[in-house]
Write a protein that binds this ligand. Structure first.
Ligand code: ZN
Length: 84
């Protein structure tokens, strides 16, 4: 999300990734946002809840318990590869 906090003070924030960056102009803030949303880190953070909702029932069905963080990462990575 980009918002203007004052004169020559544009702030880009991403809640999921705890990113907070300040820029003197709107253009640079937009550029930063575009670069950020294309990163795997952002994708992984925003898809995390979906990954859990999608795969946790399967894990439960097989009695495998909770998804480990590395498994969430692996599922997010494979979705990421598919979408590219
Ligand atoms: Zn993000």
């Amino acid at each position: 999300m980009i918002r203007k906090e004052g004169k020559a003070r544009w702030v880009f924030t991403c809640e999921e990734c705890a990113v907070h960056a300040t820029y003197p102009d709107h253009f640079r803030a937009i550029e930063r946002k575009q670069r950020h949303v294309q990163t795997f880190k952002h994708f992984g953070n925003s898809i995390g809840a979906t990954v859990r909702e999608t795969f946790q029932p399967l894990m439960d069905a097989f009695g495998w318990g909770r998804l480990a963080p590395w498994q969430e990462q692996a599922f997010a990575r494979s979705l990421w590869e598919d979408l590219k």
